[in-house]
Ligand binder design. Structure first.
Ligand SMILES: CC(C)(COP(=O)(O)OP(=O)(O)OC[C@H]1O[C@@H](n2cnc3c(N)ncnc32)[C@H](O)[C@@H]1O)[C@@H](O)C(=O)NCCC(=O)NCCS
Ligand SMILES: Nc1ncnc2c1ncn2[C@@H]1O[C@H](COP(=O)(O)OP(=O)(O)OP(=O)(O)O)[C@@H](O)[C@H]1O
Length: 197
């Protein structure tokens, strides 16, 4: 079975592209969602997050995302600490999940595929590309936040140009090129590779 990573910067359209793959019958592991689940269910991790970032990191066992986001996205050292707590457990969960799947290929969607080192656990990586200004506009609209909050997260991720160069395939999601034909073409290619294995 072929393992395929799907990545892209904030607001590039990873989740939108993942949904198309999912409709085509391909299982998708959403690493960002899983990371948040693990941060609430892995009690050892919960303890470490509270020790490091304070009791306010959780309210009645629920991750206080705005509180943590404010701390880590304003302090690169603290962000690295949080990443080093969360990423290994998320990568383990993804590997266990991938081992259970039976389709010719599977997708692992992660915003930080290269930054977290999880690219080395997949066979190919698909990058979703959208121009900078369009990404900012989409996230502002989706999350009802101001541009500053989007820009600060962008500044903590590797540049899109570098990221796309590291990818084996690129899907362009720029409001100009149609998304579905690009995903269908990739699907056929990956099914063929998966079936030949
Ligand atoms: C800080 C947290 C609580 C903020 O939660 P929030 O709901 O506001 O954001 P969410 O997780 O939905 O992420 C939205 C986008 O922000 C960006 N982002 C999130 N975490 C990070 C990070 N560690 N570094 C850079 N960008 C990030 C990504 O583009 C992501 O798609 C949360 O992002 C978190 O726990 N991050 C650390 C774990 C992590 O790296 N998760 C994402 C990748 S696996
Ligand atoms: N081709 C498109 N046409 C119109 N809207 C789009 C398109 N692609 C994405 N969007 C919208 O832009 C927003 C961001 O897309 P999406 O949530 O898929 O990005 P993402 O890369 O998963 O973001 P994040 O890194 O923040 O999780 C969403 O509200 C989505 O509906």
């Amino acid at each position: 079975m072929v393992k395929v990573g799907l990545t892209g910067g904030i607001g590039s359209g990873k989740t939108t592209v993942s949904r198309i793959f999912n409709v085509l019958g391909i299982p998708v592991f959403d690493a960002d969602y899983e990371a948040k689940t693990i941060m609430e269910t892995d009690l050892e991790l919960v303890g470490r997050v509270q020790e490091t970032f304070g009791e306010e990191s959780y309210t009645d066992g629920i991750l206080n995302r705005p509180y943590l986001a404010k701390i880590v996205f304003n302090n690169p050292t603290k962000l690295s600490v949080l990443n080093s707590l969360v990423h290994p457990a998320t990568i383990d969960a993804a590997n266990r999940w991938m081992a259970r799947q039976t389709t010719p290929y599977v997708i692992k969607e992660a915003a930080l595929m290269f930054e977290s080192g999880s690219a080395s656990n997949v066979d190919y990586v698909i990058g979703v590309y959208a121009p900078h200004d369009l990404r900012v506009r989409r996230v502002m609209q989706r999350d009802n936040v101001d541009s500053e909050q989007v820009l600060i997260r962008m500044s903590r991720q590797i540049s899109e140009v570098i990221k796309m160069k590291l990818c084996d395939f690129v899907v362009v999601n720029d409001d100009q090129q149609l998304l579905i034909p690009q995903v269908l073409q990739l699907h056929h290619k990956l099914m063929k590779i998966g079936e030949e294995q």
